[in-house]
Design a protein around this ligand. Structure first.
Ligand SMILES: [Zn+2]
Length: 858
């Protein structure tokens, strides 16, 4: 097996050979020597390689950790791919025309050879520490965040001082003298995850969107090859951030720096797994190389103040600032999940304006928008502005709940630990799958549904889980994770393995997720289809629903574990309350129907007004005769808590219609104070109600319903709110007019009626919180505000954003949601300026305007 990997010498030979064959394309240099006097080789690849240093560049480094062989192998294979294909692949040709690749296949040649020849799990270099131990972890020996350690025997021993090692000094000197490097990718194994650089705090960074998007776009190419998605994670609190690594050193030089952890083992089976890892990473690397020039000083500048201007249930408006420049246009990308690709697959707009309207949104849905400026001629793109994230408001008849399980109702049950299972609940992360030690292991979640009316209709539902992010979580490529609703009658104790194992499944939900798509650090969702929503709806009467999450149940020979770990939010491994499992349910409730009797009926013609009669048509002089009706809306319930879902006017024709007459009648919603003929003629029309009916239709059908559209329903609510009557006229039109009048019933059972269907639901949000203040308390920023007195208040939603005032409760990092009138920014830095916003919400929930405050460090 090992022979299939290149040795360091074979890699060097390959490079020197390539220089012989492609002298215009590749050059090779030694950037330094290791402890054991091996040359550390760096290859430069670019079209007209003599000018390579003048172009923006991507720096590739591999195998800084000795046992992580893929770095060396992938580096060499990538070069081979470029050399073989550049003539026939215009994409490679263009990429190498504008960009340069600097590639160090192996930054730790001594350790690599030691690992190949003697001790395969060796990690460090081969420094003689002088105390009988060997090696420094080179990826802890860089200066940024360097932490001194005394334990020379440790696998992460950081060396006597920063850059004490010849290997780290070599790469430092190269990077320090090559300001054209804009992107650095450091290849490691294992985990199938990207770790973008950080600045030793848990705040958003200006380049944060660039880093995540670079990874997401690489993921897009990886996915095309193997349908795998890597995790993308900058180190979620409370995770400790890594110190003294190359990545943070490069980042400190203004380079976009990312560690790529490849594969599921340090030294995988070459034929099967290593080949797959290499194949999927080559197109991703080519893409990353093409991005180098978009981060050079010649690229257009980043868009400023990209923000949400406004949003409604189905549309949004975005705005931004940019200097006047006729050479620039903007590309806008939209995604429904975080950390997804921004490329042609998500491009929704190109404009040279300074705003963008998207009218194709769904209500109550989260969206992520991104923007780049593009140079018209060179097609160079700018870095990406910090993303805008928001949730569209609900439709007027919709409600939404995000429900988390109680601590005691979420956990896992393992086959081989029947006594311990009880203790997992609310404490240990959800460990789901199979392992030698645990046997089969299921996740169990019970959600209370008592906040949703039993007769609700579920419009949308999804369950979300956060796969924990850990390099050591080695998920191989087999098995699926499936979620099912289980019959509550078939189980009395959700913490008992046998009961969970034998529980009756009502329905699996959404798509089961195959191992390669269970991505660490990116939420997993199971979306319900219509039939699954019906099953969930049936659980409403029981006020709870129980889910079982099941992974693979058998281990292939030689494997000891295939367990995915999902965050519980609770316990010492948990990432905090925002990472709890949840179920999102969007629903509506049955409406009530009310018939409102006529309050005024009139017939109005040029020469007279006849009360209590509804006639309409043309008189002897071909002048129009109008019918007028009005309805008193006061029987409708409290306007603030009523949403009209349907309305129509029912009218009944009592006359016989002459066949040869061609008159059409329509109903208009009007705003009238006086009823003179002149006033009617000059009336202010609000809206037509429904479609017109013709004389012919009146001949065949007596009863007609004129149905309100959305706008008319709003107008009706407006009349109700202002204590006004709803007024309508029936108006005739005809191309060839002639004397003819239609009578509509204005009394008795057939009298015209206004029919209204409505639900009880707050329509308007509550006022925004007042007197927002910040202060430092216990080393944290504390945000406080005045309590609102409104009885419909459910809570406050607090969000922070470093770049713009959050226009929406979801536009930034969520800090808190609940009834308290203060919160702490637990993981934020007190030294960084930022904006906070607090929104109040009711039980729908409608979110208020935000109360905002700018925080400035002292
Ligand atoms: Zn590593």
């Amino acid at each position: 097996m090992k022979q299939q990997y290149r040795s360091y010498q074979e890699s060097c030979d390959f490079l020197f050979d390539a220089v012989q064959k492609y002298p215009d394309l590749i050059s090779v240099q030694s950037i330094g020597q290791s402890h054991e006097k091996r040359d550390i080789l760096l290859a430069t690849i670019s079209l007209n390689v003599a000018f390579a240093d003048l172009k923006p560049a991507l720096l590739y480094t591999g195998t800084i950790h000795a046992r992580e062989w893929i770095g060396n192998e992938l580096g060499i294979e990538f070069i081979e791919y470029l050399l073989k294909n550049y003539k026939n692949n215009p994409n490679i040709l263009e990429t190498l025309t504008y960009n340069t690749l600097y590639l160090v296949p192996c930054l730790n040649p001594d350790g690599f050879e030691y690992s190949r020849e003697h001790f395969s799990f060796w990690r460090k270099n081969r420094r003689d520490n002088g105390d009988g131990t060997f090696g420094v972890d080179l990826n802890r020996n860089f200066s940024v965040g360097y932490r001194k350690s005394k334990n020379t025997n440790s696998n992460v021993y950081s060396g006597p001082k920063p850059f004490s090692e010849p290997e780290t000094r070599a790469i430092k000197e190269f990077v320090d003298t090559h300001a054209n490097i804009t992107i650095a990718l450091d290849y490691h194994s294992q985990g199938n995850v990207f770790f973008p650089a950080h600045k030793f705090n848990h705040e958003m960074e200006l380049e944060g969107t660039d880093l995540n998007t670079l990874c997401a776009n690489m993921n897009y190419h990886i996915h095309k090859v193997t349908s795998r998605r890597y995790g993308i994670n900058r180190g979620k609190p409370p995770t400790k951030l890594i110190s003294g690594s190359g990545r943070e050193y490069y980042y400190s030089k203004g380079i976009l720096a990312v560690v790529v952890e490849v594969g599921t083992r340090n030294i995988p089976d070459y034929m099967q797994n290593m080949a797959e890892s290499i194949n999927e990473n080559i197109p991703a690397l080519l893409y990353a190389l093409s991005e180098a020039r978009n981060y050079s000083k010649h690229a257009p500048q980043r868009v400023e103040n990209f923000h949400l201007v406004s949003t409604e249930a189905n549309c949004c408006k975005l705005g931004w600032e940019y200097p006047e420049d006729s050479e620039i246009y903007f590309e806008i990308y939209k995604n429904k999940n975080n950390k997804m690709a921004c490329n042609d697959s998500s491009l929704v707009g190109i404009t040279s304006g300074r705003e963008f309207v998207d009218e194709n949104l769904s209500s109550g849905t989260m969206y992520f928008y991104y923007i780049r400026a593009v140079d018209r001629l060179s097609r160079t793109k700018s870095p990406i502005a910090p993303k805008v994230k928001f949730k569209t408001p609900l439709e007027e008849n919709e409600f939404h709940r995000t429900i988390f399980p109680n601590k005691t109702n979420v956990g896992y049950v393992a086959q081989k630990s029947p006594e311990a299972n009880r203790g997992h609940f609310g404490v240990n992360s959800l460990k789901v799958g199979v392992s030698e030690g645990r046997g089969i292991s299921y996740g169990v979640m019970q959600f209370n549904l008592d906040s949703i009316p039993k007769d609700a209709t579920i419009i949308d539902a999804k369950v979300s889980l956060y796969p924990l992010n850990r390099v050591s979580a080695k998920i191989e490529k087999y098995g699926e994770w499936a979620l099912s609703i289980i019959d509550p009658d078939s189980i009395s104790d959700i913490r008992d393995f046998d009961q969970v194992h034998h529980a009756k499944h009502i329905k699996t939900v959404g798509k089961s997720i195959p191992s390669e798509q269970l991505t660490q650090g990116i939420w997993s969702h199971w979306d319900f289809n219509e039939y699954e929503r019906e099953q969930l709806q049936q659980q409403l009467s029981r006020e709870k629903v129980i889910f079982k999450l099941q992974g693979p149940t058998k281990l292939p020979k030689g494997r000891d574990s295939q367990i995915m770990v999902f965050d519980l939010g609770y316990g010492h491994q948990g990432g905090g309350l925002h990472y709890r499992p949840s179920i999102d349910i969007k629903y509506t409730i049955p409406s009530e129907e009310m018939a409102i009797e006529i309050s005024t009926a009139m017939t109005i013609s040029d020469y007279e007004i006849i009360e209590d009669k509804l006639a309409c048509g043309f008189d002897g002089e071909d002048e129009k005769v109008y019918a007028f009706i009005s309805f008193d809306l006061s029987p409708l319930p409290d306007v603030d808590k009523t949403v009209i879902t349907d309305a129509w006017i029912e009218i009944y024709n009592t006359s016989t219609v002459k066949k040869e007459v061609d008159i059409r009648y329509n109903v208009e919603f009007v705003d009238l104070e006086e009823f003179t003929y002149q006033d009617i003629k000059e009336r202010e029309r609000i809206e037509y109600i429904g479609y017109e009916v013709s004389s012919a239709e009146l001949g065949t059908k007596k009863r007609h319903n004129f149905i309100f559209d959305h706008y008319s329903r709003l107008a009706l609510e407006e009349m109700h709110k202002n204590n006004k009557e709803a007024k309508f006229i029936i108006r005739p039109t005809s191309v060839h007019t002639r004397e003819h009048l239609i009578n509509w019933a204005s009394e008795g059972k057939r009298a015209a009626k206004l029919m209204v269907r409505y639900i009880n639901r707050r329509r308007e949000p509550l006022p925004k919180p007042k007197n927002l203040t910040t202060k430092i308390e216990n080393g944290l920023v504390k945000i406080s505000w005045d309590r609102l007195k409104e009885s419909d208040l459910v809570g406050y939603y607090v969000v922070r954003n470093r770049w713009h005032i959050p226009q929406n409760p979801f536009d930034g990092v969520k800090l808190y949601a609940g009834p308290d009138n203060y919160t702490y920014d637990s993981y934020g830095s007190t030294k960084i300026a930022k904006y906070y916003a607090v929104f109040s919400y009711d039980e729908v929930p409608n979110y208020s305007q935000g109360a905002t405050i700018e925080y400035k460090p002292k």
